[in-house]
Design a protein around this ligand. Structure first.
Ligand SMILES: N[C@@H](CCC(=O)N[C@@H](CS)C(=O)NCC(=O)O)C(=O)O
Length: 312
């Protein structure tokens, strides 16, 4: 079976979510380093234009968004379960809340002036300017607005206070004695705050949250080993995408397999990825595309949070 290849960079909170899920599953994986800002020519050779971080590659199958990555990892290694039986609706809904709302808070808290000064203390003026311009462009394609630090600070005690009380009363993890997808989604925005010395004190009033974070962090990152981007692209070129199951799924919007479409995230980083729709079900959309460097690849997206547009 092909290796798991994660395209990511160290400081990315969503990449940390993916690394932690790999650790939770006890998996070995290959680590390809990608730039934190555009251009990302090696990544987009695989994805067809999707630029967000992280992306999982297995041979010629490319998984965009940690929601798609989580489901693929669950298939790879069903236990321990990210989606505990009987709790799927609640754990995925809570994860979605954390990935959107808590994440916005973690970012806004980091991007207070003293947080920016700490995060970029070793960066040149040019690097900071390029980063700011890149993130402005990221939000131009999508319907999400950035949360202002003042609003994030105002709401932080609500979000963290609820978590602190729940953990104090129930202990362990969010849904029982083992972590699940909800824990990893709650963890990565808080890890982003904890990893910035200038703002980490936002966690000080919450000792239960801190010990839960330590318990989640104990899952580790599995067994990563480095790989070059060129090697990852060559692996895609030499691989055949895996077969897809037959599905009786009927798309309410009328998109049919074989149709030329483009897929894009609706919230931010909404660069369109064009290809042929080859599979969709309740959770996923898969397109086939040809790339000069990567050959024939299947690019997998979550259905929720992505839109399809017909191409002629
Ligand atoms: N819903 C996406 C969100 C991914 C995301 O927002 N990643 C951030 C980094 S933590 C990003 O892509 N930033 C811009 C970039 O890395 O180019 C997921 O679950 O993977």
């Amino acid at each position: 079976m092909s290796e798991l290849i994660l395209h990511h960079y160290p400081q990315s909170p969503f990449a940390e979510k993916a690394r932690m899920m790999l650790g939770f599953k006890g998996l070995a994986w290959r680590s390809v380093s990608i730039p934190a800002i555009m251009p990302k020519p090696d990544l987009t050779a695989l994805t067809g234009g999707y630029r967000r971080t992280p992306v999982l590659q297995i041979g010629a199958d490319i998984y965009c968004d940690t929601a798609a990555i989580a489901r693929r990892l669950e298939q790879q290694q069903p236990t321990p379960a990210l989606f505990p039986a009987g709790l799927e609706a609640v754990v995925t809904s809570i994860a979605q809340f954390a990935d959107q709302i808590l994440f916005q808070h973690g970012v806004a808290i980091n991007f207070q002036p003293h947080g920016v000064a700490e995060r970029f203390k070793d960066a040149s003026e040019a690097v900071i300017k390029a980063f700011v311009a890149d993130r402005k462009a990221l939000f131009e394609k999508g319907n999400a607005n950035r949360l202002q630090p003042s609003q994030a600070l105002s709401q932080w005690p609500t979000l963290l206070g609820r978590l602190e009380r729940q953990l104090g009363q129930r202990g362990s993890f969010l849904f029982g004695e083992e972590p699940c997808i909800a824990d990893f989604a709650y963890y990565h925005p808080l890890w982003f705050v904890a990893s910035n010395a200038a703002v980490a004190n936002a966690l000080d009033p919450y000792p239960q949250v801190r010990s839960w974070m330590d318990a989640v962090a104990a899952c580790g990152h599995g067994e990563p080993s480095d790989m070059d981007a060129a090697e990852a692209i060559e692996i895609a070129r030499q691989s055949t995408p895996t077969g897809l199951p037959d599905t009786a799924f009927s798309d309410p919007a009328g998109f049919e397999p074989g149709q030329a479409i483009a897929v894009a995230a609706v919230d931010y980083g909404g660069d369109e990825v064009a290809g042929t729709l080859i599979f969709q079900d309740e959770e996923s959309i898969v397109i086939r595309r040809e790339d000069d460097r990567a050959g024939t690849v299947h690019v997998h997206f979550p259905r929720f949070g992505f839109r399809m547009t017909a191409r002629t």
